[in-house]
Ligand binder design. Structure first.
Ligand code: ZN
Ligand code: ZN
Length: 388
C-alpha cells in the first residue's frame, strides 16, 4: 500500500508533456497493479488470526480463556482433520469450508422480559436465521473434516439475570456449554472445543458460524456472521447476548466506531463504558466480541446466575451442557463405555473419573467427594448411562 502511494505521488509530479505521456500511462498501470496487490495482501493479512491453542489459563489472564474445565481429552470428538486454512500458528477463517444447506426455523422463539427486578430470558434455542444442514451429509465437502452427527434440536432456555449486574469479588471461570444467550436465538459457547482446541479454527460451522452439539444445542464460538452487528448513536456496537452473569456481550466497535482489540479490553474481554442498556445509554461493564482469542468472554466478572436449563435431561443438573465443538457421536463411543459418557457429561478427565470411582462397583460417594460433585447428580448420571 505504501508503495502505491509513492507511485501515485510520482505520477502526479511527472509533468504531462507529450513525451512523458507514455511514461505517465506506464506509471498509472504500475500504480494500479501495486494497488491491487496491496489491497489483496492486506485483506489476506487482516483475514488471518492467531490460533488460540494452548491459551487456557487457571486464572484471569489477557488473551487467555479462564476455563472451568482444565483437563481436555485430546481424542475428544470433534473435527477429525485439519484443513489448508490452518497454517502454523495462524488460521484463515475465510478459507474455511462451511456446512452446506439453508434450513429455516419458523418455530424459533425468544422472549426477554423484566419481571420483579430480574431479566428473564426464555427461548427454545432455535435460531431466527437459517442454518446449514445438520447432521453434516456425507456428500457435503465439510464431511471430509468434520462429521458432526448431531441435529439441531429445541432446548428449554430459562435464564434469570440481574438487571444491573455487579462485579463479584474476583472473576470466575467460564464453563463449557452456554456462556451467554444471543438475541438471534443461538447459544454462545466459549472459545474451545471438547478437546480444548481453538473451536472456530477447527470446527466446521455453517455460514452463520454455528453448529449443534450432542444434545442438539445450536451455538456459536466467536463473533459469527449472523449475530447482530449494528451500532448505537455513539458508534458503539449494539447488544448481541446476555452472559451468565447478566452483563451484556457486544460487538467489535467501541464508542466512536473504533475497532477493539484485546489490548483495549481487560482480562475478561470486556470494559466499562457507555452502552445502550434497557433503552438508555448507561455506563456499565460489558463484554466485547472480536477476532482475537478468546473471541468473547474470557472470564466472568459478575456472579454466575442460575444456570440456563435445557430439556436435555442428562444436562439439566446445572453443569455445562456438554462439550463444545462437537460431541459428535450420539452414544458412548465404541470401546470407551458409559464411564466416558459420564466423564464427558461432567467435563472431567476420564482417567480422573476412573480413579475416583475405583474398581467396580463404582464408589459414587467417594467419587462425588473427590470430584466435588453433588452425589445425587453423579448417581443419576450412572443410572442414565448404565451399560446396555
Ligand atoms: Zn464497549
Ligand atoms: Zn461448538
Amino acid at each position: 500500500m505504501r508503495k502505491s502511494t509513492l507511485l501515485l505521488s510520482l505520477a502526479v509530479i511527472i509533468p504531462k508533456t507529450k513525451g512523458s505521456v507514455k511514461l505517465y500511462r506506464l506509471f498509472l498501470m504500475a500504480m494500479f497493479v501495486m494497488f491491487t496487490v496491496g489491497v489483496a495482501s492486506s485483506a489476506q493479512g487482516h483475514d488471518s488470526r492467531w490460533l488460540g491453542d494452548g491459551r487456557i489459563s487457571s486464572g484471569p489472564k489477557i488473551n487467555h480463556l479462564f476455563s472451568c474445565q482444565q483437563n481436555f481429552n485430546p481424542n475428544a470428538p470433534g473435527a477429525h482433520r485439519t484443513g489448508p486454512w490452518l497454517q502454523g500458528d495462524k488460521y484463515h477463517p475465510h478459507k474455511k469450508l462451511h456446512v452446506n444447506g439453508k434450513v429455516d426455523w419458523p418455530n424459533a422463539r425468544i422472549n426477554i422480559v423484566t419481571e420483579k427486578g430480574m431479566r428473564i430470558v426464555r427461548a427454545n434455542n432455535l435460531p431466527t436465521h437459517p442454518t446449514g444442514e445438520f447432521p453434516i451429509r456425507q456428500s457435503d465437502p465439510a464431511y471430509q473434516y468434520d462429521r458432526n452427527p448431531n441435529s439441531i434440536r429445541e432446548q428449554k432456555i430459562l435464564m434469570r439475570l440481574p438487571l444491573m449486574p455487579k462485579f463479584a469479588q474476583s472473576p470466575s471461570c467460564v464453563p463449557m456449554g452456554l456462556t451467554a444467550f444471543t438475541l438471534v436465538g443461538g447459544a454462545l459457547y466459549n472459545a474451545v472445543d471438547a478437546g480444548g482446541r481453538d473451536a472456530p479454527a477447527y470446527e466446521i460451522l455453517d455460514v452463520c458460524g454455528g453448529h449443534p452439539e450432542r444434545s442438539g444445542q445450536y451455538h456459536y464460538h466467536d463473533y459469527a456472521p449472523c449475530l447482530p452487528n449494528g451500532t448505537d448513536q455513539n458508534g458503539h456496537s449494539s447488544l448481541i447476548a446476555y452472559a451468565l452473569d447478566g452483563f451484556g456481550v457486544f460487538g467489535v466497535k467501541d464508542v466512536g466506531g473504533r475497532t477493539l482489540t484485546n489490548k483495549n479490553l481487560d482480562v475478561c474481554h470486556g470494559h466499562e463504558g457507555p452502552v445502550m442498556w434497557d433503552g438508555t445509554v448507561q455506563n456499565i461493564y460489558h463484554y466485547h466480541m472480536n477476532d482475537e482469542y478468546p473471541y468473547s468472554i474470557g472470564c466472568l466478572r459478575g456472579t454466575r446466575a442460575q444456570k440456563a436449563n435445557t430439556n436435555n435431561p442428562s444436562s439439566a443438573g446445572g453443569q455445562p451442557n456438554q462439550p463444545q465443538g462437537g460431541p459428535r457421536r450420539a452414544g458412548p463411543r465404541r470401546g470407551d463405555g458409559p464411564l466416558a459418557a459420564i466423564a464427558r457429561e461432567l467435563s472431567v478427565d476420564l482417567n480422573e473419573l476412573r480413579r475416583a470411582v475405583g474398581p467396580p462397583p463404582p464408589d459414587i460417594n467417594r467419587a462425588a467427594r473427590l470430584l466435588k460433585i453433588d452425589p445425587k447428580r453423579l448417581r443419576t448420571l450412572f443410572q442414565q448411562n448404565r451399560p446396555r
